[in-house]
Design a protein around this ligand. Sequence first.
Ligand code: GUN
Length: 290
Amino acid sequence: MILLDGRALSKKIKEEIKAEVDTIRDNGGNIPHLAAVIVGDNPASESYVKNKVKSSDFVGFESTVIKKDANISEEELLEIVEGLNKNSDVDGFIVQLPLPRHIDPDKITLSIDPKKDVDGFHPYNFGSMAQGLEAYLPATPYGILLMLERYEIETEGKEVVVLGRSNIVGSPISILLARKGNPGNATVTITHSRTKDLDNILRKADIIIAAIGRNHFIKADQVKEGAVIIDVGINRIEDPSRKRGYRLVGDVDFDDVSSKASYITPVPGGVGPMTVTALMLNTLKASKLK
Ligand code: GUN
């Protein structure tokens, strides 16, 4: 079994980005600037945004965090987005999800200028991605592609089973792996809560991508010998032995499944860091396009 070490690979790619930013700086060019909007105090969101700022610092980007109370109105948030759309100092920005219930996330996503949508969530970018046109790829699927590419995992002709059909992971990674290209050219099955006979579908998979947010959902008896396992789940479970009172586990029961897998991502330290690195690559691209 080979561990797909997202932390080490992210560091390597971020060092490549840093070298490029150093060259841009030496030549007096435009230093990439990422902004993040965070609403409320969801601890997981705060931790994700903190990691995005830390990575921005590492690669030499400028970064700005706009933090607002959970009671901000939808109109006020739309005004902030409009301000970032117009701010020529900001190359790309994200609005961290989830948002409070009184704010429609689709309305916010639609209001982001697709040219600054480094999350790749706007339908313009999603549609362009689906048609194989130039686009910002959504960060988590992009991070998974980078991982498959750098570890030289073949996807052509492989049976890929994706668990989950969200707009930000399941649906786009399915499209990307079925597209012409490398990684790509796979035969992809999307499964979800209404799928019948999931166990038999999973047992045929050469590559499993789990993105359902249910801790330790996948066990060894559902997995073919030699399968590649990509675990997108980041689930908090209570753990009184830890100082913070919880630990993070994936959608895959790592200890059970790892003996059968050819490659497997750990949680934490697998897909999570790759998502942040993909966001850095999108921001670099945004600054170059400008
Ligand atoms: N919430 C969970 N993942 C993401 C992400 O990739 N981007 C944003 N904006 N919010 C998220």
